[in-house]
Design a protein around this ligand. Sequence first.
Ligand code: UGA
Length: 470
Amino acid sequence: MKIAVVGSGYVGLVAAACFAEIGHEVICVDNDDEKLAALDRGETPIHEQYLPELLARHRGKRLEFSCSLPDAVRASSAVYIAVGTPPLASGDADLSYVETVAREIAHSLNGYKVVVEKSTVPVYTSQWVRRVMQLAGASSSDFDVVSNPEFLREGTAVSDFLFPDRIVIGADSERASEIVQKIYAPLALGTYYRQSASIPQPAKAEVPPRVLVTSAKSAELIKHASNAFLALKISFINAVANICEAVDADIEQVALGMGTDSRIGKRFLRAGIGYGGSCFPKDVAAFRSVARECGYEFPMLDEIVSVNEEQRRRFLKKVRTALWTLRGKRLAVLGLSYKGGTDDVRESPAIEIIRSLLREQCSIVAYDPAAVDRARQELAGDVTYAEDPYQAAVGADALLILTDWEEFGTLDLLRLKSLLRYPIIVDGRNLYSREVMHKHGFLYLSVGRATTELAPGAASALKLNRKSDS
Ligand code: UGA
């Protein structure tokens, strides 16, 4: 099938590449000429596993890039809207880009098209898109609007697209629903998975995925409610971690005990410094606004946000507990992106914590495998960037782990200890066991677990504030 994808951001570009991968002819449209030129040159603008391979495989064959929305619409049977919906100061999603694109699509129709919302949008957006298109002169028999939310995580977006838990198609017309089901048929029927060149199946993926056909409004709500629920799981486990700290229990044991109940599930129960990124913070706020507009206060959503914010303050308190005073301290920071596997620093807890430490006049030496260029644009002040974790550690008063990059969990601890000024690690992602840290002689503070103290004797070398430790 011929598909136009409007928007070449994370969602648009991944969707376009994956639609090409499952056999469709795709035109990906953007109004950013520089970005298009870079894509045409063979560059991959985002750090995303398997995306470079898919772009190389399909670019110039089944995947084209274009700045002409009308041409792309005319050449296609389905038009995906995957433009940004950034948050407004009120918490509402800014839908002005969606509106502009809907109007342009209306002006370009040359026969029946399915217009599919892929951007994360509040309930009722499909109705608005329909109305905007009608007001722009489109005949209602020439198009249908479908909501087909994405559940892609940054870093694993390609695998998530091709091996999804479910495919949600929110369509109020049979004709449109059939067209979108046809688009996903290579996944739903499993033919894609039988190809020799398909990308590797992730361990937990079940194929073929289930297709859920719902109303457009239900599909819109599924997306917001799913993200809010995942954020709730994270804030819940973080709140439990805080109780663990108070009673000397271990959050890793508690999370395992809870997660092995199949009704609860293990995933998204990792305690830490809270969630970040371009999705959860924005979507929880947008869902809150949607609820309020519908006349329902949803205070639970406010609580999710406040636990999340508190988690960063608690981490800073731990750094103070480890170091007593902060002014003039040199801190090695591992991780800048909002989670491992991505170069994205939007709403990154790591960036927020570094800003607070800079305000307290610490000097920061940071390392991240992918996010340094983006972080440079966000951080001003006494921050230098290291080439690897060990270079960051040289002469530092403590090492802070702020992002769960896999490589940060397998560091050479003896080497690290020999480079640090003091053997102190404050781990905001619980990447190490307390026993391992104890064995290596670190003062180790983590989330929801008791502090691993230094061996007797070593403590006298450090300015520990035992009082604030309690
Ligand atoms: C999230 C959802 O997981 C996707 O399903 C959704 O499609 C996407 O938002 C979106 O709306 O576009 P993403 O933001 O890429 O994906 O990242 P996640 O892997 O969900 O992580 C979000 C944040 O939660 C990160 O800061 C991560 O470190 C944190 N997290 C995650 C925890 O603190 N604990 C956990 O157990 C899991």
